[in-house]
Design a protein around this ligand. Structure first.
Ligand SMILES: [Zn+2]
Length: 107
């Protein structure tokens, strides 16, 4: 088959064109393509548990607004508010399923 982007001949089951790097049409019936841009769900949970009081998990998932809010609450209360933001973070890692672009976390 041929690359739709540059016309280069590529292997029958190739997923990317070796010449231009463009993605090729996935085969019909193939399982959902692995998304290299997806954030790791495990990473999100671990960051939330260990650094959730500083909002780091939200920065990781692209929710910078919430991350900044949690960071500021913790800093301005000299860490005491971190108990509140940490509970907030744990609730988030249990309930948030997608990053800020709507992309599901990878498992
Ligand atoms: Zn190509």
């Amino acid at each position: 088959m041929f690359c739709p982007n540059c016309g280069n001949e590529v292997a029958e089951h190739a997923v990317v064109c070796l010449k231009c790097g463009g993605a090729l049409k996935p085969l019909a019936g193939a399982p959902a393509a692995f998304d290299p841009m997806a954030k790791s769900r495990i990473g999100f949970i671990l960051l939330g548990i260990f650094l959730g009081g500083l909002g780091i998990h939200n920065f990781y998932a692209g929710y910078s607004g919430k991350g900044i809010a949690q960071l500021l609450i913790t800093l301005f209360t000299c860490g005491f508010g971190g108990i509140v933001t940490w509970i907030w973070a744990v609730v988030e890692v249990c309930t948030v399923q997608v990053d800020s672009t709507g992309r599901p976390f990878s498992s």
